[in-house]
Every structure is written in C-alpha cells, then in structure tokens.
Design a protein around this ligand. Structure first.
Ligand code: GCU
Length: 676
C-alpha cells in the first residue's frame, strides 16, 4: 500500500540502460528538503535497478545525474538549459538530457529546493514507468499556486463523508507522538505537487483554534514543511464568542477584530508559515456575518485583514445553502456572491464547488465561474465519493474534474474555460488556488477502494496543470500503481475512463440529480418527499409527474440559466441543442419527447439505466481476466467491490425505472429485461 510510490524492478532492457545512464549522482544537499529528494531518488533506484549511483562532487564519467539550482550547481547556469529557468517559477523544474564536458548527463534543474523536490518525484515517475530517459526535455511549472486538500476531519477523528476509516490525525497523541503515517501522507502529496492541507472540517469546531489544538496542528506542520506542504485551518466564524467570551462575532465590532488579530498572531507563533483560513459561513447552520446583518465580504475581509501582515489567505466558501428555502437551490450562491464582486480583499479567494448544487455525479459548471471577474475564484472538487457510491464503487474522477475544468464559460469569449479562471490567466487573478475534499483515512490502503487512490492522484496532477488529459493521468497512475504490463494497462484504462459515465448512467442519467437516499447519500431514493423543506427531497429535483420529468431552469421555470453567459444559455435553453448530459437539469420534458437518438425520453432514460448496469458487468469480466496480474489481496478486494457495485447498480436501475414508470406509464423498452 505504498500508493503510486511503490517501486518494482525495471524491465531487463531498461534496467541495463538505466544503470549506464544513472551511474553517478551529483546532488549538493543544502537543507532537509534536498535530503528528502536525494533519499527518494536513491531508494527508488535501489528498487528499480538494484544499485545506487556513486555520489560525486564533479562530473567524472558519463551517466551522471546532476540535481540542483543555479546556486548549488553554478556551472549549470552556463549551460543552454539554464535558459528555461524563467519558465520554472518558484516551484517548477526542468529535466533534460545534456552533454557536460562531452559526457552525456541528465539534469534536474530548478530555481528553488521545492522545484528540486517536485522534479525529483517527476523523474522517479519516469523511471517507474520505464520511460526512455535518453533525450529528456521537460519543463514544468504548476499553473495553480495553492493546491490544497480539504479534510472534513472532526476532532473526534470521525470524517464527514469519509469512507476510508477514521481521520489520519491522531489528535489525542499529538503533539507528543508523530505517527509515521504523517510522513507517508506528506510524501504522497508532495509527489503529486499538493502544497497545502486544511486539517479540519469546514463544519468547524471552534476548539481547533485553542492553544492545545494549535500545538497539535503545529506538530503536523513540522512534519509536512520539508515536503513543501503548508497547514491551513477551517475557522468557525463564531469562535470569538465561543472561545473569547465576546458578546457577538460581528465582523464590524472592534473587539471581534482584535480577538481575531490576537488569535492569528498566536497561530503564527506556533506555525510560522501558516497558510490561512477556510471558512464555511451562513450555510447549513454554520454561523457567519449574515447573523449580524453583514455580508460575506465583511466576514471574509475581517479575516483577510488580520492574516495579511503574516502572508495568510482566506478561502471563503460560496457553498451557501441556507435555512430559508431558495426559489431554486442552484441559484443561491450566484445570487448572494455575484453582487459582491470586486469587494473582497486581495488575499481572499472565493471557493466555489464545481457545480451549483452539490458534487452530484454530473452537474454543469457553477455559474459563478466567469461571473465575478473582479474577485479571485478557486474551485472545490470532491475527491471523496459522497454521491458516487462511497469507497465501494470504482469511479475514476479524473474525467469529472476535467469536464468542469474544460467547460467554457464564454465569460470573455470562446475559450474562457473554468481552468483559465482557476489558473488566473483569464482575469489576471493574483492568487490562484484549487481544493479537493480528501478521500483519505486510516484504511490500510488510504482511500478505501484501491482505485480511489487514482482520484487523489488525478486531483493532484490536475491541480498542478488543469489542462492535463484525464486519460494520460489514469495511465500514469495505473503504471505507477500496478506496473507496466501493457495487457493490464490496455484492459483497465478504458474501464477507468468510462467508469464515471457508467455511474452517471445507473444513478442519475440525462441530467437528473439528487435522487439518492436521504442524508446518507448512498443508494437510490427518488421517492424522498415530505421533508421539512422541499429542497431536502428528491421529488423537488426530478419533478416527475404524468406530464414529464426534469427541472425547468429556463425562463419558463426558475431561470437559473440566466446566470450563465448568453452563449451557454443559447446552447442549453433549447432542448433540441442542450447536450443529453444536461437535458433534465435544465428542462422539464414530456415522456414522449424525441431525443437526438430518435428514442423517446422514456426509452432513453431506461437505456441509460440498463447500460449502466451492463457496463459494471463488463468491468467485472475485464477485471476477472486480470487474475494473477495483480497482488492477490487487491485482486480479491476489487473483485468483491465490483460485485457489490453491480448489485447496487441494479438496485439503482430497478428502483429508479420502477419509480419513474409510475409516471411515464410506458413499458420497459423491448430487449430490456423487466426490473426485479
Ligand atoms: C454536502 C455534504 C455535507 C457538507 C457540505 C459542504 O452538503 O453532504 O456533509 O458539509 O456538502 O460542502 O459544506
């Protein structure tokens, strides 16, 4: 369970060439981070080729690998590759095959130690994948500055929406005992470029900000620091009342401002490189500035002002889901935040979920992307599979993340993708950031489902470069995790790539959403009604009746579509041009509506549900053929989990098809076996 960092011996041919190409190492170590990078490389080489290179302080022979910055290896500054340094920024790196003193060599070059660490992990990845390293010319720099995991971990070690055991943070034994797993966690994150972690749940407990817990957080920060990872905390907005005994937490109250300034100074006393706060305010019962008649901007700016002198940031969430029932839940964040555009401090970033409802198997991109060009926005993905079968279903999320990132908002003409908002290039945003709700826990394999590791990996890779290709990432992960057997990769890659669509098919096809069981969000529950609020039910979202199904978000309905740019609106508002994927998200249509495929809507709905189940069966067949190619324990675990997934996919299909059939009053299309 070494995640994607496990090293297997290189193939015979590669092993021989690697031995020649990597016979000596010139790596001046100046700090702890360098020494981690060096150790990583040496132990990887030992596993790959059963030998470690001779350590030298000058080039003597061919096959030397040089690792350093212009200050640790000054002579590299004279080499042609030094011209790439400006493209590496403060965290990027370059890996090049060059000739030094007429001898072929490999160079890992960066401006900083962080770049060296990332470059070394990238180089190890190439070796793990048995790539040819004879003519390397790689320059890479992260497109997003703050690449974070958000842990929804509680102080009692339960994890909200966590399906991989308990929290990794052993609060009870911290700060005295530092579990080696903290180091493994830091390593895994650093290897994919994650450079920040929010330790505690957004539904925050104020106790996190007490001195006792800050000391514990500081111990974690000490472990993570040499891996380039900064610690952030979720702050409970009412902490000045709960911890400080103040009368209120009104952001305009000078006593409240003083309390936060003192608290932040205390935090920096414990954690000098503390990253900042993540805040969920006035959402799902959490306290916030609106409790005092103030705006989200007032709340965010209060914290931004006290963090600013220390270099910290505020990530203020736009997931607002309040007590008062909105006219259409999908519209609420836009309605509250759009008018505040341009009023946030320059160290505030608005953290927006990928879609306007809540991490559904499929959602259109969030309309706030492109709507607040004068404020800084980041996106929040959910790596943990709250609405995607928990850690039981095999669902590769690289495709989901990419789908959002590549969605075109048309905010500034064609090509205004969400990725370009997140990476800051569209609006010249100064601080760029991205967050993923972690799927890690104490489970031996970290993530519950062995394939859920791929989602952690894919998130990190896309945080580094939101334009990377989801298939390329999946292939990398397969190779790093399972080795380079082409027949295995060729069999599993299509399954991973299809798996999210498969899940959409058996859960919420054609733009349906929020059909899952009450509160736990696992199995089907399209019949959920009679809750205290209409938008806590499923019937609110699918709106099925004799006359049809779907949520009308056009001008004849909630008009949520008006929150998108005219180009997006034009595409979605006409059911004839609206992509099938979003059809029932935006439209309420009769059961006999003619689809682009010429089927009726009812037939298409059934076909998607049935396809979903068949695709899981096909996954089982392909997996079964891999017996012997993967470790037995993992083979059996995935086999059993796929069987569970198949059973649950059928349950979803049968429950939804039978439920909706009451309204469509139409037969199960020919050729499909009737539901059980
Ligand atoms: C979802 C999830 C909650 C979580 C919330 C959030 O609604 O079910 O558990 O707190 O998202 O993102 O704040």
């Amino acid at each position: 369970y070494g995640l994607w960092l496990g090293v297997k011996p290189a193939s015979g041919e590669r092993s021989a060439s690697y031995k020649k190409q990597l016979s000596a190492l010139l790596f001046p170590v100046t700090n702890e981070m360098d020494s981690i990078a060096k150790q990583e490389l040496l132990s990887a080489l030992n596993g790959l080729i059963g030998h470690t290179p001779k350590q030298v302080d000058a080039i003597q022979e061919e096959g030397t690998i040089l690792i350093g910055t212009p200050s640790t290896l000054p002579h590299l500054a004279r080499e042609a590759v030094a011209a790439h340094l400006p493209l590496m920024g403060t965290e990027g790196y370059g890996i090049y095959s060059i000739t030094v003193l007429e001898k072929p060599a490999t160079v890992i070059l960066a401006n900083t130690t962080n770049g060296i660490l990332y470059g070394t992990y990238a180089f190890i990845g190439l070796l793990q994948r048995n790539e040819d390293i004879s003519s390397l010319a790689i320059t890479s720099q992260p497109k997003v500055e703050l690449r974070l995991l958000n842990h929804w971990d509680n102080l009692d070690r339960t994890v909200e929406r966590g399906y991989a055991g308990f929290s990794l943070w052993d609060w009870h034994r911290l700060p005295g005992y530092r579990d080696p797993r903290y180091t493994d966690y830091a390593r895994a994150n650093a290897s994919i470029g994650i450079n920040g972690t929010v330790l505690n749940n957004v539904n925050a407990n104020a106790l996190m900000l007490t001195t006792a817990y800050l000391e514990k957080a500081a111990a974690l920060a000490d472990v993570f620091r040499p891996y380039g990872i900064r610690v952030y905390l979720s702050a409970r907005f009412s902490a000045p009342v709960e911890l400080g005994g103040l009368e209120n937490a009104d952001p305009l109250n000078p006593a409240v401002q003083r309390w936060w300034a003192d608290k932040v100074a205390e935090i920096y006393g414990h954690i000098p490189d503390f990253g900042g706060f993540l805040v969920k305010a006035n959402s799902e019962g959490q306290p916030g500035p609106q409790n005092y008649g103030r705006s989200h901007a007032d709340g965010a700016n209060l914290l931004a002002d006290v963090l600013k002198p220390h270099g910290g940031v505020v990530m203020w969430r736009a997931f607002v889901y309040e007590d008062t029932e909105p006219e259409d839940r999908a519209k609420q964040a836009y309605n509250e935040f759009k008018p505040l555009g341009g009023t946030f401090r320059d160290n505030v970033i608005i953290q927006v979920k990928n879609g306007p409802i809540d991490f559904q198997p499929r959602e259109p991109f969030h309309p706030l992307f492109g709507a607040m060009p004068r404020s800084q926005l980041m996106t929040e993905f959910q790596i943990t599979q709250e609405y995607l079968g928990f850690a039981t279903h095999l669902v590769y999320l690289g495709t989901l993340f990419s789908e959002t990132l590549q969605a075109d908002t048309y905010a500034d003409g064609p090509g205004s993708t969400v990725a370009r908002i997140v990476d800051g290039s569209l609006n010249g945003q100064a601080i760029t950031a991205i967050a993923g709700v972690a799927n890690t826990g104490t489970a031996i394999n970290w993530t519950g489902h062995p394939f859920a590791q791929a989602n952690w990996y894919a998130y990190g890779r896309l945080a580094w470069d939101p334009d990377l290709d989801a298939a390329g990432i999946a292939e990398e992960w397969l190779r790093l995790t399972f080795g380079n057997d082409a027949s295995f990769i060729n069999a599993l890659l299509p399954i991973m790539m299809r798996s999210r669509e498969t899940t959409v098919n058996y859960m919420t096809p054609l733009g349906l959403h929020h059909l899952m069981g009450w509160d736990h969000h696992f199995g089907p529950g399209p019949w959920i009604r009679d809750k205290p609020r209409a938008d806590w039910t499923s019937v609110y979202y699918h709106n099925a009746s004799k006359d049809g199904i779907g949520f009308d978000r056009t001008a004849t309905g909630s008009n949520a579509l008006s929150q998108y740019s005219s180009e997006v609106r034009a595409l979605f508002e006409n059911p004839q041009t609206c992509p099938d994927e979003y059809l029932l998200w935006f439209h309420h249509l009769p059961w006999d509506f003619r689809m682009k495929s010429d089927e009726t809507l009812w037939e298409a709905l059934c076909r998607h549900y049935y396809n979903g189940v068949e695709e899981v069966a096909a996954m089982q067949t392909v997996w079964e053929a891999q017996r012997g190619k993967v470790n037995d324990t993992i083979f059996r675990e995935v086999t059993d989990l796929l069987a569970m997934q198949h059973k649950e996919a059928k349950l979803w299909r049968d429950a939804c098809v039978l439920y909706f059939q009451q309204f469509s009053d139409m037969p199960i299309p020919e050729g499909l076996e009737p539901p059980e």
